[in-house]
Design a binder for this molecule. Structure first.
Ligand code: ADP
Length: 444
């Protein structure tokens, strides 16, 4: 049985049997990223800024003091251990805090400080003497809404009169209640309901509107339209801010529909590369052979930590049992676990409590464990058309150039899958050498 995070409507994404593949759930991945985040993610790129009025001066700040924040807010920021604005915050904060308010579309990968930036903007614009909703933040799931709420609570620790409320399914508010909390964080469906049907929130009084995780948002049926309906009812003085970790055309089109006259800030992601990875493949007859080859590799070279990718849950489970029976310390990460359970497994692995992590596609992206020396594709990543999934291949074994220690990658290939591997080799224009698993000396 599957126990993935329920959607807002209470349904489950994954009810498949165990031999099915784990679908990548954007919202779950985003939450996982937040749960395992340890610090700011750096980027070597420059922040790109596109001002709505190119002739107006462009400010950036190097310290939080320059922002002239309320004393209690500054205290909250320092209490969180922030010393200086992140790269994206240097540019974004002056725009977000400007008078008159300016609209902003900002894109940078997760972990670069977007949430902290808009939480700061909301907290600085709240008037504590007014007891009604003044800031509204839309998030794709209730778990993500709660995460943002926690940041508001931490950063606003010394802003004693500022309060947060969650407009999420299950938070039942009696009819006729007067909402006195200033910051509302919620999912589009429930917010819409609270605004239009139940008239709990007066949208014309909202001063800051935030649409967070726009890429995840548009991936969910109905959320774009609901968000746009909410946005249309805001006053023209309301500041509108949109954030996204990625920026495909679809996100961009949505952003331009929902944010009028925006400034745009972008911080490009550190590119993944296969250049500092030595890639090998081993030809195998069947699953047992693959396992034997894996054992030979294991016996033949000194391995720090390894991640092994399987295409299905069943294969992952089988391999886990085999390895455990042979006395290896392994843990299994697959889509039937809750996001919290996944986070704790990744944390244990990071702490070195297990040497081997076996996983399906649930964690191809995002987890970055620096001490991993080898990655094994026990199955090659393929898409539904049974063509190679190049993106996933890159995410599994690629490293960013800057942090790239040399890595090793092994592909276990059944003979009939060899053409797929050759396509991958051609696609990345990077050689993948055949390895005789009986002879590890080939690995220089
Ligand atoms: P994003 O929303 O882009 O994913 P977050 O705002 O959640 O990024 O920030 C990522 C991590 O970095 C969080 O743990 C957050 O507390 C921390 N962080 C954010 N801004 C700063 C800063 N200026 N200095 C230090 N840490 C920061």
């Amino acid at each position: 049985k599957s126990t993935t995070v329920p959607n807002i409507d209470g349904s489950l994404n994954n009810t498949e049997e165990e031999d099915e593949e784990d679908v990548v759930d954007l919202a779950a991945n985003s939450l996982l990223n937040k749960l395992i985040r340890q610090s700011l993610v750096e980027s070597s790129h420059r922040v790109e800024v596109l001002q709505k009025d190119p002739s107006s001066p462009l400010y950036s700040v190097k310290t939080f003091e320059e922002l002239r924040l309320k004393e209690e807010l500054l205290k909250g920021i320092y209490a969180m251990g922030f010393n200086r604005p992140s790269k994206i915050q240097e540019m974004a904060l002056p725009m977000m805090l400007a008078h008159p308010p300016q609209n902003l579309i900002a894109q940078s990968q997760s972990g670069t400080g977007k949430t902290a930036a808009f939480v700061l903007a909301m907290l600085s614009r709240v008037n504590v003497l007014e007891l009604f909703p003044q800031c509204l933040c839309l998030a794709p799931t209730y778990e993500l809404a709660l995460q943002t709420g926690r940041v508001v609570e931490r950063m606003g620790k010394f802003c004693v009169d500022v309060q947060v409320m969650y407009a999420i399914r299950g938070n039942r508010i009696p009819r006729g209640t007067d909402i006195t909390k200033q910051i509302i964080i919620g999912t589009p469906g429930t917010v819409l309901d609270w605004c239009f049907k139940r008239k709990l929130i007066d949208l014309t009084k909202i001063r800051v509107f935030v649409l967070d995780e726009a890429d995840v948002m548009i991936d969910t049926q109905g959320f774009s339209d609901q968000s746009i309906r909410i946005q249309r009812a805001l006053s023209s003085e309301c500041q509108m801010l949109l954030f996204s970790a990625t920026f495909e055309d679809s996100v961009w089109q949505f952003a331009e529909r929902i944010i009028p006259d925006p400034n745009v800030i972008k911080l490009r992601k550190e590119e993944l590369t296969l250049n500092n990875i030595r890639q090998y493949y081993v030809l195998c007859g069947n699953r047992k052979d693959k396992y034997q080859a894996l054992c030979n590799i294991y016996g033949g070279i000194t391995i720090g930590q390894a991640i092994i990718f399987c295409q299905t849950r069943r294969n992952a489970k089988w391999l886990t049992v085999e390895m455990m029976q042979d006395g290896h310390q392994v843990s299994l990460l697959s889509g039937e676990l809750t996001v919290e359970q996944r986070a704790s497994i990744i944390q244990r692995f990071r702490d070195g409590k297990e040497k081997v992590l076996i996983t399906t596609n649930v964690c191809a992206r995002g987890i970055d464990v620096k001490q991993v020396t080898i990655v094994v594709n026990f199955d090659l990543p393929v898409n539904q058309a049974q063509e190679p999934d190049y993106e996933t291949y890159l995410h599994r074994i690629g490293r960013t150039g800057r942090f790239g220690k040399k890595g090793l990658a092994f592909n276990m290939i059944e003979v009939d899958k060899l053409p797929l591997l050759m396509k991958i080799q051609d696609h990345f224009n990077n050689s993948i050498k055949q390895l005789d698993p009986e002879d590890m000396d080939e690995i220089e």
